[in-house]
Write a protein that binds this ligand. Structure first.
Ligand SMILES: [Zn+2]
Length: 336
């Protein structure tokens, strides 16, 4: 894959002990050193005009001043530092780059993946929340429509949390289909099945709030049953993935059970969908807080776009369990 990366994203300092730490990005880069088929791009940060295409001017100016004054807590868990303003522009610029590259036909080993932070999908039109300041994928989506030549964009958000900001921004729009697969009943509390869009945007929002504990098989079933047919009908030019990896079984902040291979299966489903719909595919990093698992998952997505075919958790589990039971039987119990 081709990874968008800008050093400015490291200057967003969330302080000691915050899960969304600057260490996430170097950890991913270190892991990717071992991978093949990697390229890097350093696109320019987003222009203010592109941010204002989806965010309220008053909010953007308040955020800029907040950073200039040294930052601090915007809310209980959303923290900014002086460098956050530049980091947020860089992160949005990376997302724009990914969308434009996909629309220009970059695929296979050249599929774009924006490695930016702060993440974006909780950022509302006029407020920051949930570690997010600018809604990177929304900025990228609007740019894809305004200057990238796309007529319709589909956003698939597999971060474990509902992307309430992205949903809000495009809720009444018929040119953007927002689909979220998230854990039910956790932060931020939105994303019910009944939230389907409004006015012209009716049926271009889809929420699949999955129960805690599911593996990638549940996600794949949801894709097959609901996402594929809906997007076939919608016919997007671009599939934009809000790629959070906090549904990983070892992520510190969720109760989902998606394995590293499982994320590979999700990536494979996206790749197939992009091929079938003849749509570009672009990835933008959202959450994912395990400093071991996050890099492994990004590496796995890269391998899938290089041709690797991942296995399901269920197959891993059943093979392991079968072996275990063979071992139990081999102990020679009478009757077993
Ligand atoms: Zn998340």
């Amino acid at each position: 894959m081709n990874f968008g990366y800008l050093e400015d994203c490291l200057d967003h300092d969330t302080g000691d002990g915050h899960p969304e730490s600057a260490d996430r990005l170097p950890a991913i880069r270190d892991a990717l050193v071992e991978s093949t088929g990697i390229g890097y791009s350093a696109p320019p940060p987003a222009e203010l005009e592109r941010i204002l295409a989806v965010h309220d001017r008053e909010y953007v100016e308040a955020f800029k001043k907040f950073c200039a004054r040294g930052g601090g807590r915007w809310d209980a868990d959303t923290v900014a530092s002086t460098g956050t303003w530049e980091a947020a522009l860089a992160s949005a610029g990376l997302s724009e780059w990914a969308g434009q590259a996909a629309l220009a036909g970059k695929d296979g080993n050249d599929t774009p993946f924006a490695l930016g932070r702060p993440p974006g999908h909780h950022a509302l039109v006029d407020d920051a929340m949930g570690f997010c300041f600018f809604n990177n994928i929304a900025v990228g989506t609007q740019s894809a429509l305004d200057v990238g030549g796309a007529e319709r964009v589909a956003i698939i958000d597999w971060d474990v949390h509902h992307g309430n900001g992205t949903q809000e921004i495009f809720y009444d729009r018929d040119d953007v289909f927002y689909i979220s697969l998230h854990e039910d009943d956790i932060y931020p509390g939105t994303g019910a099945v009944e939230e389907t869009g409004e006015d012209a945007g009716e049926h271009t929002t889809m929420n699949v709030p999955l129960p805690p504990g599911v593996t990638s098989s549940a996600y794949l079933t949801a894709m097959e049953v609901a996402v594929y047919p809906a997007l076939e009908a919608f016919d997007p030019d671009l599939l934009y993935v809000s790629a959070g990896f906090d549904a990983h079984e070892h992520d510190p902040i969720s109760r989902m059970a998606v394995s590293t291979e499982g994320f590979g299966r999700l990536a494979g489903a996206i790749r197939t969908l992009g091929d079938e719909l003849d749509a570009g595919v672009a990835f933008t990093l959202e959450g994912g807080y395990g400093l071991d698992t996050l890099p492994d998952c990004v590496q796995m997505v890269n391998e899938v776009f290089g041709g690797y075919d991942p296995v399901s958790e269920d197959r891993v589990l059943s093979a392991t369990v079968e072996q275990l039971l063979d071992d139990v039987r081999a102990q020679g119990y009478p009757g077993v």
